[in-house]
Design a protein around this ligand. Sequence first.
Ligand code: FES
Length: 197
Amino acid sequence: MSQNEVDRSKRRFLIAATTAVGGVAAVVTVIPFVASMLPSQRAKAGGAPVEVDISKIEPGMILNVEWRGKPVWIVNRTKDMLDLLSKHDDKLVDPKSEMMQQPEYAKNATRSIKPEFLVAVGVCTHLGCSPTFRKEVGAADLGADWPGGFFCPCHGSKFDLAARVFQGVPAPTNLVIPPHKYLSDSRILIGDDSKGA
Ligand code: FES
């Protein structure tokens, strides 16, 4: 067999092997997806409210859930985190949340119903990327005066731990606070804030 024939048959074998692996991957990924599209999940994807157990979120940690196909963050803010919120109003675009980015009950100093829990839609108000949770105060890449918050690496927008946008970044407004309510001390409902439901 010539060297060319050897190369050709090697190539044919590699193409066949790649196709087989691709076929297996497709089967493996499709089955869980179909199985996961049960009626309740389909309803959620269509916008149904999402109930979340917040009792397991340690202080200082974040839980990421999905509502209407978007990430929604729930952050359990510590007292230190809350204390920092009032110290940089002069660097924010909308420190008092005057713009309509939150329900009336979240138009307050912490942009929340209970001070410790921030509930925010994790979609940057610039071009829709999802920012990263950066709680480290004074993080080296974000500046010595960084008070902790969210950083959108797409184009550099910065938000504090009340999801308020800093001045001088591309994002024009604070992140959105979705409608939500407490069903109990440990459960919240995202996407529904009607009374008595
Ligand atoms: S999408 Fe976040 S900074 Fe551009």
